[in-house]
Design a protein around this ligand. Structure first.
Ligand SMILES: NC(=O)C1=CN([C@@H]2O[C@H](COP(=O)(O)OP(=O)(O)OC[C@H]3O[C@@H](n4cnc5c(N)ncnc54)[C@H](OP(=O)(O)O)[C@@H]3O)[C@@H](O)[C@H]2O)C=CC1
Ligand SMILES: O=CC(=O)O
Length: 323
């Protein structure tokens, strides 16, 4: 009898999200919600897998892809796919899928929330109350920066960047953006202005990074870029940690070269609890939760399961990554 195709899922997901897979395939998953699958288990499971449903924290490199003699598809539960070696996938005719669109608004909500939290010192203020430090109302108590009518600069005006810009229009902000390619339709729709990277970082009160992590974007926010920003600038990163030189960011925040930062992503994740950035009051740090609403995460799981089933049954997946 022909064996059922085998799918390995690298993290414990709610069984309900996978129902459609259980009918036609053999499915197993790493039984932890919070800890990544160990490398040796991933390699062993991949040896017999026709499909992998992976997390952005799994390194799907040449070694993993070559271990999968019958591997046909890798569905990543994320829109970013910098954790996957696309070159090897292409050489081996392995389809790679991601989860664009379904997470756009949720991630833009979080990026704007991070911007607001850093600007208005929300986390610091909430801790101040809980720690019993609030003794009286005072005129400049925890005074932050205005958001309305300020200038936001979006580096990476893609789907999430545009959704963020739409939110910024509600605050009557001036919108600058920088991409490799200009987007006239976004300029018209959102009143956004295309500028060079340098002009964006010099003119913006809020600088938000929403690019993918690539060889070109790695380290684009470094000592030189922080020096060019206003001293009152607030830097928000909701893209990937390695776009930032964290040591340079720390120095810029301590020296007052920039005012504050809101960070959802870090060079190493999870970030070490004793990392210097986490000692600063002017840093709002989140554990990479950009797309983390229950509704959106369920949609992302549905999209991954759809894509896997499609590839394994000879149909077109909805969201293949261009290889
Ligand atoms: N914090 C979180 O939890 C989440 C983080 N993300 C991150 O956000 C990223 C963006 O997602 P999404 O908006 O859906 O993707 P899109 O592909 O729609 O947008 C990416 C944008 O980045 C621009 N870009 C690419 N390379 C460069 C470059 N070298 N310099 C300047 N701009 C560049 C692209 O424009 P062009 O090609 O013209 O340069 C494009 O407009 C993801 O790749 C992921 O890393 C996504 C979801 C959640
Ligand atoms: O970081 C999250 C993603 O979807 O990419």
């Amino acid at each position: 009898m022909k064996r059922k195709p085998y799918i390995f899922i690298t993290r414990k997901l709610p069984a309900g999200a996978l129902e459609q897979l259980y009918h036609s395939f053999e499915v197993s998953m790493w039984e932890s919600e919070t800890e990544s699958v160990p490398r040796d288990v991933l390699l062993k499971e991949t040896q017999k897998a026709d499909a992998l449903l992976t997390m952005l924290s799994d390194k799907i490199d040449r070694e993993v892809l070559e271990a999968g003699a019958s591997l046909k598809v890798v569905a990543n539960l994320a829109v970013g796919y910098d954790n996957i070696d696309l070159k090897t996938a292409s050489e081996r005719d392995i389809v790679v899928c991601n989860t664009p669109d379904v997470l756009t608004d949720t991630t833009a909500d979080l990026a704007f929330a991070l911007l607001m939290a850093a600007a208005r010192r929300i986390v610091e203020a909430a801790e101040y109350v809980k720690e019993g430090e609030w003794k009286s109302w005072s005129p400049l108590l925890l005074a932050g920066h205005d958001i309305h009518h300020k200038t936001i600069g979006i580096v990476g005006m893609g789907k999430i960047g545009e959704a963020l810009a739409k939110r910024a229009t509600g605050f009557e902000m001036e919108i600058l953006y920088h991409n490799r390619t200009r987007k006239p339709e976004a300029e018209e729709k959102l009143g956004a202005q295309y500028v060079s990277f340098d002009e964006l970082i010099q003119r913006s009160d809020y600088i938000v990074c929403l690019t993918p992590l690539t060889a070109q974007t790695k380290g684009i926010f470094n000592g030189g870029s922080f020096k060019k920003m206003k001293n009152s600038a607030i830097f928000v990163n909701a893209s990937r940690g390695p776009v930032v030189d964290e040591q340079a960011l720390y120095e810029a925040l301590v020296s007052g070269e920039i005012s504050a930062a809101g960070l959802d992503v870090f060079e190493t994740e999870p970030i070490n609890a004793d990392h210097p950035l986490l000692t600063l009051k002017n840093v709002v740090a989140l554990p990479h939760i950009g797309s983390s609403s229950t509704e959106t995460r369920m949609e992302m799981m549905d999209l991954c399961t759809y894509n896997i089933e499609a590839v394994l049954t000879g149909k077109q997946p909805k969201t293949p990554v261009e290889l």
